[in-house]
Ligand binder design. Structure first.
Ligand code: SF4
Length: 376
């Protein structure tokens, strides 16, 4: 599998109360320019190996659609100067619904961006307001229309399950709105409550109520079954796609392929080495300007760790792991290495072995974090 590139662009309009990503709001006017220069310098100094062929680029954040198309142009040009970008590459940009205009969408297409990931999160304004999102449901509809009109034939929509104020009815309504738009790809994320975020603190102090596990599980199950009836394939724990529209970039993470990350908080994985970059945008710029690198952690994975990680990452895909092929790649039996855990998880109804493949059961999908814990 060819390599992928992830670019982190940390500029946001507002601070969402559940967010633990690397982002900035109310930043100085000069920051995007200084950040872009550092990013370009970081990409240009990546020589390991130079001009490797890449067939996916993912512009994530933060909010990449919050910066000018000219900045996106410069970043993509830097990637093209340093890597061989395959003709048929998938180039994705994350878009917040209230930050896209026809002009911007047109420019993205001219730059070769061919996939949009629209952070809808919910079609319910009270839920969006409750977590400090800057957009409302009508922005999602407008953004989708703009993207389609500007020739985006590959759009992914994200929804979050477990938002404050969410009920089964409000969830079913969000789902209905999404189904009417009929995007090529859907990501369904369970809200992962970080205790250090504003939402986490409010919840701990009893100031915010969140839907319980029973409700969020029911919402997830409803979504999978309704989307299946619209011919979406549930191909990975949180992701569904119409045939042929799976995220090629994310497949790299699940299939152990190399990827290069650039920008604050990015990660790279190349030749068994993992790199983690400084998460604070200002410190990131400072480090790049001082030394040309902002790597804060470098880990050489042992063969055993590489194998274990590759195993549970492959398990994220609903087709599961082809055990014979896996053992051939990693020289040894994974089922022998984890015999006790696999028997226990199978007996508990979380894993199932069928036709030479080991995969998560529907219950295992809901409890996947606990399953993966066993293989770390
Ligand atoms: S827009 Fe995304 S990255 Fe920015 S604060 Fe909200 S959740 Fe975080």
């Amino acid at each position: 599998m060819k390599a992928g590139i992830y670019i982190h662009i940390p500029f946001c309009k507002t601070k969402c109360s559940y967010c633990n990503f690397s982002f900035v709001i109310n930043y100085p006017k000069t920051l995007p320019e200084r950040y872009t220069s550092a990013l370009i310098r970081e990409i240009a100094s990546c020589s390991d190996p130079p001009l490797e062929t890449v067939d996916t680029i993912y512009l994530g954040g933060g909010t990449p659609s919050n910066v000018t198309a000219e900045i996106i142009d410069r970043i993509l040009s830097a990637c093209r100067a340093q890597f061989q970008i395959a003709e048929d590459s998938e180039i994705t940009i994350e878009i917040n619904p209230d930050t896209i205009t026809p002009e911007k969408a047109r420019q993205y297409r001219k730059l070769g961006v061919n996939r949009a990931s629209l952070g809808a999160q919910s079609f319910n304004d009270a839920e969006l307001r409750a977590v400090g999102r800057s957009h409302r449901a009508n922005h999602i509809l407008q953004a989708f229309e703009i993207l389609r009109a500007e020739d985006f034939g590959n759009i992914s929509l994200d929804l979050i399950i477990g938002l404050p104020r969410q009920t089964q009815d409000s969830w079913l309504n969000s789902l209905l709105q999404l189904r009417k738009l009929h995007p090529e790809h859907v990501s369904l994320y369970m809200l992962d409550l970080d205790r250090e975020t504003r939402l986490g603190k409010d919840f701990d102090r009893g100031r915010t109520q969140l839907p319980d596990d029973e409700l969020t599980s029911a919402c997830f199950i409803d979504a999978i079954s309704q989307l299946a009836s619209d011919h979406y394939d549930h191909y990975e724990i949180s992701n569904l796609a119409l045939a042929g529209w799976e995220s090629r970039h994310n497949l790299k993470y699940w299939m152990d392929a190399p990827y290069y990350g650039f920008g604050a908080s990015s990660h790279s994985y190349v030749d068994g080495l993992r790199f983690k970059v400084e998460p604070d945008p200002e410190r990131y710029i400072e480090q790049i300007n001082l030394t040309g690198s902002a790597v804060v952690e470098r880990t050489a994975l042992s063969r055993e760790r590489m194998r274990n990680e590759a195993f549970y990452l492959r398990l994220r895909r609903t087709e599961g792991v082809d055990l014979e092929a896996f053992d051939r790649i990693y020289h040894g039996s994974i089922t022998d290495a984890h015999a006790e855990a696999i028997v226990r998880l199978t007996d508990a109804g979380l894993l199932i072995k069928e036709g030479g493949r080991l995969r998560l059961t529907p219950r295992g999908i809901l409890l996947s974090n606990e399953v993966f814990q066993e293989f770390l």
